[in-house]
Design a protein around this ligand. Structure first.
Ligand code: SAH
Length: 453
């Protein structure tokens, strides 16, 4: 009988959806974080349930052929990357299997028309956005980095390798400014201190840089010294403050105070230009996003005469990407500010055949269908993790578009929703994973459903 505190030798035979290694010891299934499929490890049992338990990786006694040395020295403490100990090829295989397993187990699809996953050329340095918490460590030293595990103590790490190298220079400048002018970081326990987070954004195509300091107040003393120092970085375009005086885990407040330069930076996905403010949602990996939406566009097979609905459209990225090839695109999104961005993005790109509505997709689409008799040749959906509301799927079935292109960040809810549509007149024709988040367990999937008969 395994119990807490036991040390066991385990061969890792499988991997869970969160990237944890899975093996068996004395008849029990053990979940072991940071163990790689193919490893033999020594692990310390932390917690046991009836038939399974959790153990902590102590030592890799025999490494898997797919094990690699993590590129980041603090990968394990940070937890932001779950797969850094695994070769990138194996990560891609893991992601493809995850999608296929969900489609089989949850979606009950037997034949899966899976095309090879689209991986990244270089699975590091791909994130265009970073948010570093600022604080003091146990020794009282000013630090910026990430929260350790599930705690709120900050580990100093200015070189997150998923982000751009400019981040390190920015952090260096902000922290030495804070030291020189004795500006206190925010203290979560007491609610005192000023600087909470440093947000950076980078336009991969335009090389424009944004820095935004999230502060527990409305004024940053000696702010001109900070902007003077930051604007020496080539590409610096926008420096601002964000006011967040709440005692909360939510990083950003609503108010932005511009300190220097523009209030936004620009970047491109495909040929479409976007203006990105500190509060805007924008895809964090624009290079892979372009591939993902390119695949969605290919699946949509537009010839120029179609009416397309882009549901859960965010700032209209897919809508604007498809607009050039369609007669008309309608986007629906629940966040009003995102729709403002979408309309603005349409305008600055001279796109006139895209129209946007604020509201829940499951309310706007049925209303437009019943009251205005609108139609659709292609419906694209890109919902959040929980997938589509069933009433939305019901409306899609009633509207009977020729094609449904489903873009998903959670293959489990994707599988559930595809089953619903495939029981009601659709056929799963194509399916492909796109890796937007190398080193992590997340994967995007794009699928094409075609109406039968
Ligand atoms: N395609 C978008 C991102 C989609 S992310 C882009 O590329 O920018 C999912 C979006 O769905 C988020 O913007 C979220 O605000 C929105 N959303 C969540 N629930 C919704 C609902 N019920 N109806 C419409 N939009 C919703």
């Amino acid at each position: 009988m395994l119990k807490k505190g036991d040390i066991v030798q385990v061969k890792i035979e499988d991997m869970g959806n969160d990237g944890e290694g899975i093996g068996r010891a004395e008849g029990f299934t053990l979940f072991i974080k940071d163990a790689v499929i193919g490893d033999t490890v020594q692990a310390l049992v932390m917690k046991m349930k009836k038939t399974y338990g959790y153990a902590r990786l102590m030592e890799v006694t025999e490494p898997s052929p797919d094990r690699v040395t993590p590129a980041c020295p603090v990968a394990r403490q940070c937890g932001g990357c779950q797969l850094q100990s695994m070769s990138y090829e194996k990560q891609l295989e893991f992601k493809e299997n995850k999608i296929a397993n969900h489609l089989r187990r949850i979606g009950k699809f037997e034949e899966i028309p899976m095309e090879p996953i689209i991986g990244m050329e270089h699975p590091f340095g791909y994130r265009n956005k970073a948010q570093f918490p600022v604080g003091r460590n146990k020794e009282g030293k000013l630090v910026a980095g990430f929260y350790a595990g599930r705690t709120h103590s900050i580990i100093d790490n200015r070189k997150c390798i998923l982000g751009v190298p400019e981040n390190e220079i920015i952090l260096e400048k902000v922290l030495s400014f804070m030291e020189e002018y004795a500006i206190e970081p925010y203290n979560e326990e007491t609610g005192t201190g000023l600087v909470r987070h440093i947000l950076t954004r980078y336009g991969f195509r335009t090389k424009q840089i944004m820095v935004c300091l999230i502060i527990n107040g409305k004024v940053l003393p000696h702010k001109d010294k900070l902007t003077e120092s930051l604007c020496q970085i080539p590409g610096m375009t926008s420096i601002s403050l964000n006011v967040n005086m709440e005692k909360t885990n939510v990083i950003l407040g609503r108010e932005i105070i511009s300190l220097w330069g523009q209030t936004y930076i620009e970047d491109y996905i495909g040929d479409v230009k976007y203006q990105i403010s500190p509060l805007s949602f924008y895809q964090v990996n624009p290079v892979q996003t372009e591939k993902l939406y390119g695949q969605a566009l290919e699946y949509a097979g537009l010839t120029g005469g179609e009416t397309v609905w882009d549901l859960y459209c965010g700032i209209g990225t897919i809508s604007l990407f498809l607009a050039e090839k369609a007669r008309k695109v309608y986007g629906v999104e629940i966040v009003p500010e995102a729709i403002e961005d979408a309309r603005n993005n349409a305008r600055i790109n001279g796109i006139h055949n895209a129209e946007f509505y604020v509201g829940k997709a499951e309310e706007v689409l049925p209303r437009k269908y019943r009251e205005e008799g609108i139609t659709a040749d292609v419906i694209v959906v890109d919902p959040p993790r929980k997938g589509c509301d069933e009433s939305l799927l019901e409306t899609i079935v009633q509207m009977a578009p020729e094609k449904v292109v489903y873009v998903s960040c959670d293959s489990a809810t994707l599988a559930r929703d595809l089953r619903y549509l495939c029981d009601r007149g659709y056929e799963l024709r194509r399916c492909r994973g796109v890796d937007q988040f190398g080193e992590t367990v997340h994967v995007e999937t794009v699928t094409l459903l075609v109406r039968k008969g």
